[in-house]
Design a protein around this ligand. Structure first.
Ligand code: CO
Length: 140
């Protein structure tokens, strides 16, 4: 019997945007945000990301990278951009995967390294009240 896993902190909210540089400028101009990461290309995931750091977590700005980016469809439906996913921390991604899977939740990918350098999985929005959920292993 595996122990039940607990949901940890809300780590970030993922926001898909058509132009990440423009979005960073917007956060700076509107909110005087100063703590914003460099833009990183993640070709394996088909996205560019930058993080707006807040006392309680992050906003993850994501722009499509390459033809096969998984967020092209989302931006087609939401041309201005929009909230794309929310991400919770878990202690152990394999334990979390096994438990949500056993409860009938579709998991969209095998654990892979995400933007924070730890293992992540995504849960199907149709099984999660219409919201794409990312689970990430808490950075050690
Ligand atoms: Co994310």
């Amino acid at each position: 019997m595996t122990k039940s896993f607990e949901l940890g902190n809300l780590n970030h909210v993922g926001v898909a945007v058509p132009n990440i540089e423009a979005s960073i400028e917007h956060y700076r101009r509107v909110f005087n945000a100063t703590d914003i990461s460099e833009i990183k290309d993640l070709p394996d995931q088909g996205v560019k990301v930058a993080f707006v750091n807040l006392p309680s977590g992050q906003v993850e700005l994501i722009e499509p990278l390459g033809e096969n980016s998984p967020i092209h469809g989302f931006l087609k439906r939401n041309p201005l951009g929009g909230q794309h996913h929310i991400c919770f921390e878990v202690e152990n991604i394999y334990e979390a995967l096994e438990q949500v899977y056993s409860k009938g939740i579709r998991v969209l990918n095998q654990p892979r390294i995400g933007a924070h350098g730890t293992l992540i999985i995504f849960l199907h929005p149709k099984d999660m009240n219409g919201t794409l959920i990312e689970l990430m292993e808490r950075p050690k």
